[in-house]
Write a protein that binds this ligand. Structure first.
Ligand code: DUC
Ligand code: ZN
Ligand code: ZN
Ligand code: ZN
Length: 504
C-alpha cells in the first residue's frame, strides 16, 4: 500500500557513517534498517542501487511570503516547500518577522496561517526580535513554553527598521539564555553601512554595485565578533546566520576556538548559504537585472576564493550549517531599486538547489565527505534546533524523510525548469552532479524517478523544544546529543502539542 515502502540496495549516508542498508518505512516512520529485512507483501520497492540514500535536507533559513522593502516574496509556503522537496529538502525553518511594535504572538499566528494550508513538507519557525520591550520579553517566554519556538533572531543591521543596539542585544540574548532557547543574529554593522551608503549616494553611485561597496567584509566580520562577545557575556548559545565572507567565517572560527580553549561548552554556531558557495559577487559585466537578482544582505563577495574558504570552514566544523536564505523577488519587484541600490528588495533563491550546489562545489572536488555533506545540509541543523533524531538522520523511529541521491547523474540548474515561483535563478547554467531521484516526505514519494508530485498542506508545523541538549564539552569537534533522551523529549512534545504524527 501507499504507506509502506522498502528502499533497497542503497548506501545509507548519515553524518557519522556510511552503511549498506535497506530501509523499511511504514506510516511515515522508518521502522527497520538492515539487509534482507522481512517485510509484509505488496510493499512498494524502490531500487536505490548505485545511489546514496541520505536524510532529507533541512533548510534552517527561508523567507516565504515575506513582506520586505515594499515587496512580498513570490515563493509562498506552497511554491517554497515545493521547490524545497524538488531539490531534496524535506524540512524548512522559516523566520516569522514582526514589524517594529507588532506583537510576536500575532506574528506567530499570522505565520501559521500563511503556512499550514500550503506546506508540502514539515516546517518549524524562528521568531524575529525586530524591536525590544517588556512585551517582547514576555511574548518570547510564551512562544517558548506554549508554542514550540526555541530560536530567536536579532538584527545588527537594517538601521531604523529591525536593528537592535548592543545593550538591547545583551538583554535579548540574556532573555533567550534564561529561556533555554537559541539566539540567532544577522551580523553586519548597520551604523557603518548607513554612513557608507550616504557617502556612495552623494557621490552618485546608485546602481546595484553600490550595495556591495556599502557593506564590505570587515563590516560583517566585526559584527560576528561583537555578537559572539555579547552572547559570551550572558552565556547564551548563538547561531550566526548567513556568513558570507572569508573574514566573517574566520571571525567565527576564532571566537569558537577562544571559547573552547577556556574549556567551555562551545555553543557558538555559524551558517553559510548556498548563494555564497555557488556564486560570487564579481559581476561587473552583467546586466542591471542580473546584478539586482544577486543582491542580498550580507552581499556576495567579489573575492572568488570565498566559496572554497567557506567550504573548508564547514569541513573543519568552524561553521556547522548551510541554509538558502530563500527570499525571492521577481525582476519587476527588483526594479523598485532602479533609482537607488538601497531600494532593491534583498534576497535570492536557493531552497531548491542548495543540496546540488553544496554537493557539486563541496563533495565533487573532495573538500567535504558525503558524511560531512549530510551533517552540514541536515543533521547539524536538526541538532541545533532540537529536531533531532526525529529529523536529520536515517534511524529507526525517525520520520521517513529520505532522499535517493543519484550522485552519478547530472542536471543543469535553470529558471526554465525550477519549481520556484520566481523568474530567475542565481545559479543559472550551473551543471551539478547529484540528482534527487526519489524524495520521500513523511513516507510519501514526492519525487518519483525525478517526477515531482507534492501534496499541498501535507506538511506539519514542528514545535521545537527548549533546553536544547546539544551543548558539548571542550574540544569535541562535532555537535553531539544524547540520542535517547532527546528522542523522548521530542516524543512528548509531539503528543502534547501536535497530536500523533505522521498524518498520512
Ligand atoms: N537578507 C536578505 O538578503 N533577505 C532577507 C533578509 C536578510 O537578512
Ligand atoms: Zn539576515
Ligand atoms: Zn534571512
Ligand atoms: Zn531514536
Amino acid at each position: 500500500s501507499q504507506n509502506r515502502l522498502l528502499i533497497k540496495n542503497g548506501k545509507v549516508v548519515n553524518a557519522d557513517k556510511i552503511a549498506d542498508l535497506d530501509i523499511y518505512i511504514e506510516n511515515g516512520v522508518i521502522q527497520q534498517l538492515g539487509r534482507n529485512l522481512i517485510v509484509p507483501g505488496g510493499v512498494r520497492i524502490i531500487d536505490a542501487g548505485g545511489c546514496y540514500v541520505i536524510p532529507g535536507g533541512i533548510d534552517p533559513h527561508t523567507h516565504f511570503e515575506l513582506e520586505l522593502m515594499g515587496a512580498t516574496t513570490v515563493d509562498d509556503f506552497y511554491h517554497g516547500t515545493k521547490a524545497a522537496v524538488a531539490g531534496g529538502t524535506t524540512t524548512i525553518i522559516d523566520f516569522a518577522l514582526p514589524r517594529r511594535g507588532q506583537s510576536l504572538l500575532d506574528t506567530y499566528k499570522n505565520w501559521r496561517q500563511k503556512a499550514d494550508e500550503k506546506v508540502c513538507c514539515d516546517y518549524a519557525l524562528h521568531m524575529g526580535i525586530t524591536w525590544w520591550s517588556e512585551q517582547v520579553q514576555q511574548e518570547m517566554a510564551e512562544l517558548c513554553e506554549k508554542h514550540g519556538i526555541n530560536s530567536f533572531k536579532a538584527f545588527m543591521a537594517y538601521k531604523g527598521l529591525y536593528q537592535l543596539s548592543d545593550s538591547e542585544l545583551y538583554d535579548a540574548f540574556q532573555t533567550v539564555r534564561n529561556l533555554g532557547a537559541v539566539a540567532m543574529v544577522h551580523a553586519e554593522n548597520g551604523d557603518i553601512i548607513a554612513k557608507n551608503t550616504e557617502k556612495l549616494l552623494s557621490a552618485g553611485i546608485k546602481g546595484p554595485e553600490g550595495h556591495q561597496l556599502s557593506r564590505p567584509e570587515e563590516v560583517e566580520a566585526e559584527a560576528v565578533t561583537r555578537a559572539c562577545t555579547i552572547a559570551n557575556q550572558v552565556d547564551c548559545p548563538l547561531y550566526v546566520v548567513h556568513i558570507m565572507s572569508k573574514s566573517a567565517g574566520d571571525a567565527m572560527a576564532y571566537k569558537r576556538k577562544e571559547l573552547m580553549k577556556k574549556g567551555k561548552h562551545c555553543t557558538l554556531y555559524g551558517e553559510t548559504l548556498a548563494a555564497a558557495i555557488g556564486t560570487h559577487g564579481n559581476r561587473i559585466p552583467c546586466t542591471w537585472h542580473d546584478q539586482a537578482a544577486h543582491v542580498l544582505s550580507p552581499p556576495l563577495r567579489p573575492d572568488e576564493t570565498t566559496p572554497n574558504h567557506l567550504l573548508t570552514l564547514l569541513n573543519e566544523n568552524a561553521l556547522q550549517c548551510t541554509g538558502s536564505d530563500n527570499c525571492t523577488f521577481n525582476k519587476n519587484q527588483k526594479e523598485l531599486g532602479k533609482d537607488s541600490f538601497t531600494d532593491i528588495p534583498n534576497g535570492v533563491n536557493g531552497v531548491q538547489d542548495r543540496l546540488s550546489v553544496i554537493w557539486e562545489k563541496g563533495v565533487v572536488p573532495g573538500i567535504l565527505s558525503p558524511e560531512k555533506f549530510v551533517a552540514v545540509t541536515s543533521t547539524n541543523a536538526a541538532k541545533i534546533f532540537n529536531l533531532y533524531p526525529r529529523k536529520g538522520v536515517i534511524a529507526e523511529g525517525s520520520d521517513a524523510d529520505v532522499v535517493v541521491w543519484n550522485y552519478k547523474a547530472k542536471r543543469t540548474i535553470s529558471a526554465k525548469t525550477h519549481a520556484h515561483a520566481c523568474d530567475y535563478n542565481i545559479f543559472e547554467g550551473l551543471e551539478c552532479h547529484g540528482v534527487p531521484e526519489f524524495v520521500i516526505v513523511g513516507g510519501r514519494v514526492c519525487v518519483d524517478e525525478g517526477n515531482l508530485r507534492v501534496a499541498q498542506g501535507h506538511g506539519n508545523f514542528l514545535p521545537t523544544p527548549i533546553n536544547p541538549p546539544f551543548v558539548y564539552e571542550g574540544q569535541t569537534p562535532e555537535v553531539e546529543v544524547d540520542h535517547k533522551e532527546n528522542h523522548q523529549v521530542i516524543e512528548e512534545i509531539r503528543e502534547q502539542l501536535h497530536g500523533l504524527t505522521p498524518n498520512n
